[in-house]
Write a protein that binds this ligand. Structure first.
Ligand code: SAH
Length: 214
């Protein structure tokens, strides 16, 4: 019964996302299938899991708003088997969406408690992603190059290490800005060190953390 109700709420959310301009069928399918409520503490599941809002997940962090997850996922243009690097695992919801889209996901989280929680949760729920505790500014060179890179925290600038870990033709979606609000940027590596940058609208993310040592 509960599952049916949650499915109904997901369908409603998908319709909202369509009216907000998301039209990639595979992305909408992922939103309609991945059980976002499981990424919430049980007490909040009913009321908040399928609202189109960001929500606290502890450690002063948030699970991204569904619209943002869908928007970034659509921009990545994920194909089955693509290698995708995610910066900011957080709750693991975006990671799960990328897995659902058929990506081979590498995801880095700067905060140990979130890294540990997401590692256990994702594997218990059958999402096979490669999770790392570390600093997203540096990316993960050993597994580079990536078909795409998604940054899910507000970056003060576009880290050069991340650009250099993109395949030729690879795409990075990154919210850039120091304050409360960031500009969503799409960066495509067209040749060796030639990058094409396009700026989209404003989004709100928690900041990308620098110099964190624990
Ligand atoms: N994709 C997540 C969004 C979480 S919010 C989700 O769907 O839930 C952003 C996350 O980025 C937070 O968990 C935060 O701890 C993490 N983060 C911040 N700075 C980081 C850095 N330098 N490297 C890796 N992760 C970072």
């Amino acid at each position: 019964m509960k599952d049916l109700r949650f499915q109904g709420l997901r369908n409603k959310l998908v319709n909202q996302l369509k009216t907000k301009g998301i039209n990639d069928k595979k992305v909408l399918d992922a939103i309609s299938k991945v059980p976002r409520h499981l990424f919430f503490d049980e007490v909040f599941q009913n009321q908040f899991a399928y609202e189109d809002v960001a929500f606290p997940i502890g450690q002063d962090q948030t699970i991204s708003q569904p619209y943002t997850v869908a928007f970034q996922s659509e921009m990545l243009n994920v194909k089955k088997g693509h290698k995708v690097l995610e910066i900011g695992t957080g709750s693991g919801y975006q990671t799960a969406v990328l897995c659902f889209l058929g990506a081979k996901v590498y995801s880095i989280e700067r905060q140990k408690p979130l890294f540990e929680k997401a590692s256990i949760f994702l594997s218990e729920n059958g999402y096979r992603a490669n999770l790392f505790f570390g600093d997203g500014f540096k990316g993960k060179k050993v597994f580079a190059p990536y078909d795409s890179i998604i940054v899910t925290c507000g970056a003060p600038f576009v880290p050069n290490d991340l650009k250099m870990q993109l395949k030729i033709g690879g795409r990075m979606v990154i919210p850039v800005g120091d304050g409360d609000v960031q500009q969503m940027k799409l960066i495509v590596r067209s040749k060796g060190d030639v990058f094409k940058e396009t700026t989209y609208g404003e989004f709100k993310f928690v900041p990308m953390l620098k110099n964190k040592n624990n």
